[in-house]
Design a protein around this ligand. Structure first.
Ligand SMILES: Nc1nc2c(c(=O)[nH]1)N=C([C@H](O)[C@H](O)COP(=O)(O)OP(=O)(O)OP(=O)(O)O)CN2
Ligand SMILES: [Zn+2]
Length: 136
């Protein structure tokens, strides 16, 4: 039997969308208010989805307690209450769009997940803007 198990997390971060290769005018035109030089914040809602076989003995795809500890240690501690552009290595050169943040989180967690399981990251930047990323 296969199943997908989901666990939700939450972090708050500041960011600025900006492409260093472009002029200030072009950045303002493309990214609008998200290019504000003084940054702005979001309440990110992170959903980690793991798909795989349900273990016959435990009834688990993965123990959510173990998953929670990994995500809190490797992701939440790194990003919560941080300025993504200024405080994190991951986004010192990479534009912190919700697509890129999801991909970075995927790469961090993928190292922990056994190869017979599939990891999917769903990340809400606002109540209406969200992304899904599965490493493809
Ligand atoms: N493809 C993407 N588009 C946008 C991203 C992104 O990461 N990927 N990010 C932004 C801004 O950072 C921000 O998320 C947008 O905020 P806002 O437009 O205020 O979003 P709302 O859902 O609150 O907008 P409403 O107009 O109130 O519905 C922009 N685009
Ligand atoms: Zn934003």
């Amino acid at each position: 039997m296969r199943a997908a198990i989901f666990r939700k997390f939450h972090f708050n971060s500041a960011h600025r969308l900006h492409n260093e290769q472009w002029s200030d005018e072009k950045n303002k035109e493309v990214f609008g208010k998200c290019n504000n030089p003084n940054y702005h914040g979001h309440n990110y809602e992170l959903i980690v989805k793991i798909t795989g076989e349900v273990n016959l003995e435990t009834g688990y795809v993965i123990d959510t307690k173990i998953l929670k500890d990994w995500v809190e240690k490797d992701v939440i501690e790194q990003f919560d209450h941080k300025n993504l552009n200024l405080d994190t290595k991951a986004f010192s050169k990479l534009n912190p769009t919700v697509e890129h943040i999801a991909a970075v989180i995927y790469e961090i967690l993928q190292r922990r997940i056994e190869t017979d399981k599939k990891l999917t990251i769903i990340l809400y930047e606002t109540e209406r803007n969200y992304v899904e990323y599965s490493g493809e």
